[in-house]
Ligand binder design. Structure first.
Ligand code: FAD
Length: 501
């Protein structure tokens, strides 16, 4: 009997159909299922729903007669409708829920995961060999570099150093409103997008499904061709400047030199190896400096791989961790992406970016959105859900380590050595947000007190006993003793409550 291969919506590149012992049969028929229940379960950003459906439908159009594309309520129903009880193969899905589902279905054989550099069993062997409680991302990254011969000169790291962070992470150039780089690749919409928009409008009109955020022109690739064009354009125009301003934020230039490739990687339109290979070639040709290329390779071969592996390594319970016992619900203004309600210019700017595009770069996610949630004591599971729903590149596997671990410290330090939190001084140094803001980054009490500065001290106070035992936080906690206005500050923060800052 013919075996059909099932493609999930984040398995859209050609590498998911490469035949072999660990892959589908040669020329096997393909099934794709658009399950409406996915959109009913969570209130997604509309631009994200648009991108996902557009990418799936673009792939179906490419596969032509080879694919049976089913619109169903659930995956289970869709699969039954498409293949009945015939045998099916599927590559290891990217979420625990989807893995449970495919394992529970008769006749479905689960093949190894694709779309990542490191196989699960290789990671397990590496993790078993590590000393100490915490798996160090830097050690993992160097192991991946060696194992895949990435940016290496023999046994040595190319450029003589493993880590070029020292040359990266600069504040934005003084007085610059934008970085002087060509604009990023943006796709052109086509009739597939028209059809998707028509469907989304209909679902919203009938009240069947609701979304958050705005669905402007599609900004991210929905096909392999578009994703390759975006990658090539990034390497040609922006990679050289990627490193120095990786952590900078500019009001009028949300993208700076970032690649905007996360959604393409996470939809499976690009393979990580082709991204890092092209970057390395640019360095070898002399087209991009080592600090930028190493910084980019670190993001993909280091961070992205590490996060993927940790999702499985940390286990099912990880999503429920709440080490800081934060239980406050997310306020409506945040849930609704109501940037206009916010006075703090930094938060208003990035919340508007999320509302309008479903994307903002790493530092606004970590040091503004996540930092604010942490300081306010919002429930980490609800914060995780918010990021998952509102970002075009958000998936369960990437959300949990990044939000529960890195951003909310809800795992008590399994992923990072200390909570990522800061006051307004950091935002002021790394951005142009503060100058025209109604709040002053140096002020912690009073009408013009910066919400991040006041929030920082209130957070340290709230978790004083835990944080003073952390070598990397102890000095900051001692700073609390020098605050003569701490009581006033705490009362101010209590009164501010959940009001938009
Ligand atoms: P670049 O800055 O150009 O980096 C290149 C690539 O590196 C990215 O495309 C991405 O694939 C990868 N990468 C870098 N850091 C990470 C990381 N920590 N985890 C996974 N991949 C990484 N990334 C997502 O892909 N999806 C998410 O939903 C997501 N949510 C995040 C939530 C929080 C709170 C934080 C702190 C980080 C999150 N990240 C997420 C990681 C990172 O912020 C985004 O990958 C990045 O901002 C995407 O923009 P870019 O493609 O321009 O990335």
């Amino acid at each position: 009997m013919t075996t059909t291969h099932w493609l999930f919506g984040d398995q859209l590149g050609p590498h998911f159909l490469t035949p072999g012992p660990d892959g589908p049969d040669h020329d096997s028929p393909v099934v794709m299922i658009e399950a409406r229940s996915v959109f009913r379960r969570r209130r997604f950003h509309r631009a994200k729903a648009h991108l996902l459906l557009s990418a799936m439908r673009h792939r179906a159009a490419e596969l032509g007669d080879r694919v049976r594309y089913v619109k169903a309520d659930t995956y289970r129903e869709g699969l039954r409708e498409a293949v009945g009880s015939a045998p099916v193969t599927v590559h290891h899905p990217t979420s625990r829920a989807a893995l449970r589902l495919v394992r529970s279905l008769d006749g479905v054989r689960v093949l190894p995961a694709r779309g990542f550099l490191v196989a699960h069993e290789d990671f397990r062997a590496w993790a078993d060999g590590q000393a100490g409680e915490r798996l160090r991302q830097e050690d993992f990254y160097r192991w991946v570099r060696r194992g895949h011969d990435l940016l290496m000169n023999g046994a040595e790291p190319a450029g003589g150093r493993w880590n070029h962070d020292h040359d990266n992470r600069r504040p934005p150039p003084a007085h610059a409103r934008t970085l002087d780089v060509p604009p990023p690749y943006r796709p052109r919409e086509n009739d597939v997008d028209d059809e998707v928009r028509h469907d989304l409008d209909r679902w919203e009109r009938t009240g069947e499904i609701t979304f958050v955020g705005r669905d402007g022109p599609r900004l991210f690739p929905a096909s392999r061709r578009e994703a390759r064009a975006a990658l090539r354009r990034f390497v040609a125009d922006r990679l050289a400047g990627f490193g120095p301003y990786e952590d900078a934020m500019l009001t009028e230039d949300p993208v700076l030199s970032h690649s905007l490739l996360s959604s393409s990687l996470n939809l499976g339109l690009l393979e990580p190896i082709e991204c890092v290979d092209l970057a390395e070639q640019a360095w070898r040709r002399g087209d991009a400096p080592i600090n930028s290329v190493e910084g980019f390779v670190r993001q993909i071969a280091g961070w992205r791989e590490y996060v993927w592996q940790l999702y499985w390594h940390f286990g099912e319970d990880y999503r429920r961790h709440n080490a800081l016992r934060h239980h406050a619900p997310l306020p409506d203004w945040f849930l609704e992406l109501d940037a206009d309600a916010v006075t703090a210019r930094c938060l208003a700017t990035v919340l508007a970016q999320v509302r309008d595009t479903g994307w903002t770069h790493h530092i606004p996610r970590l040091m503004l959105l996540g930092n604010h949630a942490l300081q306010r004591g919002w429930d980490p599971a609800a914060v995780t859900d918010w990021f998952h729903r509102c970002f075009v590149d958000g998936y369960d596997w990437v959300m949990l380590p990044n939000v529960v671990g890195m951003s909310q410290y809800a795992d008590g330090g399994r992923m990072t050595t200390k909570p990522y939190t800061s006051g307004g001084a950091y935002v002021n140094r790394m951005s142009d947000f503060c100058r025209p803001c109604a709040y002053r980054p140096t002020v912690r009490v009073g009408e013009d007190a910066c919400p991040f500065t006041a929030g920082y001290w209130a957070f340290l106070h709230r978790h004083r006993s835990r944080l003073e035992r952390n070598a990397r936080m102890a000095q900051a906690v001692r700073g609390l003793g020098r605050l003569t206005d701490l009581d006033e500050l705490l009362e101010q923060e209590r009164q501010r409550g959940d009001e938009p800052p």
